[in-house]
Design a protein around this ligand. Structure first.
Ligand SMILES: [Zn+2]
Length: 178
């Protein structure tokens, strides 16, 4: 059987050392093939590979016990985030339908009109989509690109620390507002 070496090279210039049977693909099936590129954009794919490599380099320094801990922690956070978002989406939807229910037919017609105007308007002035991962993160988090860049350069623990702090602050704000 003929083998070929994966053509993947990290941004730091490190080559992937995986060998696999020649099957027409340039990247190894184990790590680098099938990396999703949501719109076939090479930049996104590269960004994704960079992010994966970064996590890998952190993960490589951890013991089995630490790895298990991190995986459990992340899975718990993921489930929590999903549940939180789901809960919020349901409430927003509920408030929306309740409000529509209370409307008169005229008000509903007016609402549809505004919605159509709004759609036309937003199509005209669509913001340019951010190209970099910093730009995207900044947009999602409603923060500046330099903050997003700082966050990306943090190691896992500092990032979790920051996330926890923000969450605690949220909780405190919630208490103060009630
Ligand atoms: Zn590879």
């Amino acid at each position: 059987m003929t083998y070929t070496r994966c053509k993947f090279v990290s941004p730091e210039g490190q080559e992937c050392d995986e060998w696999f049977p020649v099957d027409g693909e340039k990247f190894c099936p184990k790590y680098h093939r099938g990396i999703p590129a949501t719109n076939g954009n090479d930049l996104q794919k590269q960004t994704y590979i960079d992010a994966c490599n970064k996590v890998r380099s952190i993960a490589a320094t951890l013991s089995f016990e630490q790895l298990d801990e991190h995986i459990q922690k992340l899975e718990a956070e993921f489930e929590e985030l999903k549940a939180t978002l789901k809960r919020d989406i349901l409430q927003y939807r509920a408030v929306r339908s309740e409000r529509i229910e209370k409307m008169t037919e005229d008000e509903r017609r007016e609402l549809r009109k505004i919605k159509i105007q709004h759609e036309v308007h937003s199509k005209k002035q669509a913001e340019p989509k951010p190209k970099t991962i910093e730009g995207k993160l900044a947009k999602v988090l409603k923060t500046s690109e330099s903050t997003a860049k700082d966050m990306l350069s943090m190691d896992f623990d500092s990032l979790m620390e920051k996330y926890k702090k923000a969450k605690d602050q949220d909780k405190q704000d919630g208490i103060q507002n009630t």
